[in-house]
Structure formats: C-alpha cells, structure tokens
Design a protein around this ligand. Structure first.
Ligand code: ATP
Ligand code: MG
Length: 206
C-alpha cells in the first residue's frame, strides 16, 4: 500500500520589488531544510505597511517574479492576493489557503526583519493558529529579539523552524536605489530579472 504523504507547502509573501537573490536563497534553503514540496511566492498588491511608498505595478512585479523563479519547479507565483480588495492581510490569505489546500502542511516563510515586526501584523495570533510552522531566516542588522516575541506569543517556539543560511545584505530598497543612481546591481539578482529591469527602465529616476 502506498504511503500517504501530506504536501508541505511553503508560503512566501513579499512585495518583490524587485525579487532578488536574498529571496531566492531564503526560498531555496527553506525548501531544502524544511523539506517543502512547493513554495508559493505570494505577491502582495499593496502591503499595509508600505502604503506610503511608490510601488511598481502589480503586473510588472508578477512578471519579474515569474522570470526569477522560472527554472525552479518547486516555486510557483500566487496572484490570489490581487483577487480581493485590500487591505491584504496575511491572516485572511492564510484562511483562504487553508480552505484551498486543506490537506497541506502550511509553512510560512519570513526574514528576520518581518519576525521582529510580527506583533504589529494584523491578527498575529490568528496567523500562528492558521499555520503549522514558521520558517525564519536571519537578515543582517536585524537580530531577532526572541525574549520579547515569546513574552507576547508564549507558544510561538513550537512552530518556529530556523533556516540556516549566510547573512545576505541584499534588499529591494537597495537595488532600487542602485538602479536609480546608476550603480552596479546586476549580480544581486537573477539574470533574467536584471535584463527585464533594464529593458523596461524600472526604478529609473523620473
Ligand atoms: P524592501 O526593501 O522593498 O522592503 P525586501 O528586500 O525587504 O524589499 P520584501 O519583498 O519586503 O523584500 O521581502 C519579502 C520577504 O523576504 C520578507 O519576509 C523579508 O524579510 C525576506 N527577505 C528579503 N530579503 C532578505 C534577505 N536578504 N535575507 C533574508 N530575508 C530576506
Ligand atoms: Mg522588506
């Protein structure tokens, strides 16, 4: 008799403006170390904490993510957050994913900076209740204050899984600034993403 396996599904949310090698390494190490069958890159239309800043149109970012993940069979782009009106809260998205993938083990993936802000997310306890595990990768300059986090969410460590990877000082903000000021940015990105940014003149000063 065949063994029944439960899909282990990684959920990786971001603005991905643009997607870079920090994202790729986080998703790939998570898939490897946490034995994920699939990682859904959940593109956020207009994240509640970034409402004040200019963001590249959703469809353009979707094309960038597609180019970025095209050679990774385990990675998929999810556009579902764009199918409902904002604000787009992770807790609502997870409720939807639970219904859509009732048999999957859901593993939410984040970098350390998101972890430190976690108490400010919308309905953080509901988020924890709706996931099975949370994969966390450290980020430079963002030591995680676990004592503080545990004081607010006493049972959180049961769900935390650490993703071991080198600290990568790469951010979309830095890449956008480098493009706008004509500095090198090519090797912080997947080659296809680099070409797409150039071809479309993304992030140029207007
Ligand atoms: P921005 O500078 O525009 O905020 P970003 O580089 O932080 O962009 P996001 O789209 O905000 O990218 O991040 C999506 C997810 O990827 C978040 O959970 C973030 O913590 C994580 N992440 C991004 N870059 C890194 C990195 N270099 N190391 C670890 N995690 C990262
Ligand atoms: Mg960010």
């Amino acid at each position: 008799m065949g063994r029944i396996t439960v899909e282990r599904l990684g959920i990786f949310g971001g603005t991905f403006d643009p997607p870079h090698l920090g994202h790729m390494i986080l998703a790939a190490e998570a898939a490897d170390q946490l034995a994920l069958d699939r990682v859904l890159w959940m593109l956020s239309p207009a994240p509640p904490h970034k409402l004040h800043q200019k963001i590249t149109p959703f469809d353009c970012r979707a094309e960038l993510v597609k180019a970025c993940i095209q050679h990774e069979p385990k990675f998929d782009l999810s556009l579902i957050e764009n199918e409902r009106p904002g604000p787009h809260y992770t807790s609502d998205t997870l409720l939807f994913l639970r219904e859509r993938f009732p048999k999957s083990t859901i593993v939410l993936l984040t970098g350390g900076d998101s972890m430190n802000d976690f108490h400010e997310w919308h309905e953080p306890q509901q988020i924890l209740d709706r996931i099975d595990e949370m994969g966390v990768m450290n980020r430079p300059g963002e030591g995680i204050d676990w004592d503080q986090i545990k004081s607010v969410f006493p049972n959180i460590m049961q769900k935390i899984r650490f993703i071991d990877a080198p600290l990568l000082e790469i951010s979309s903000t830095e890449i956008r600034e480098r493009v706008a000021t004509n500095h090198h940015f090519r090797y912080y990105l997947n080659e296809a993403v680099f070409h797409m940014i150039q071809k479309n003149n993304f992030y140029q000063k207007t």
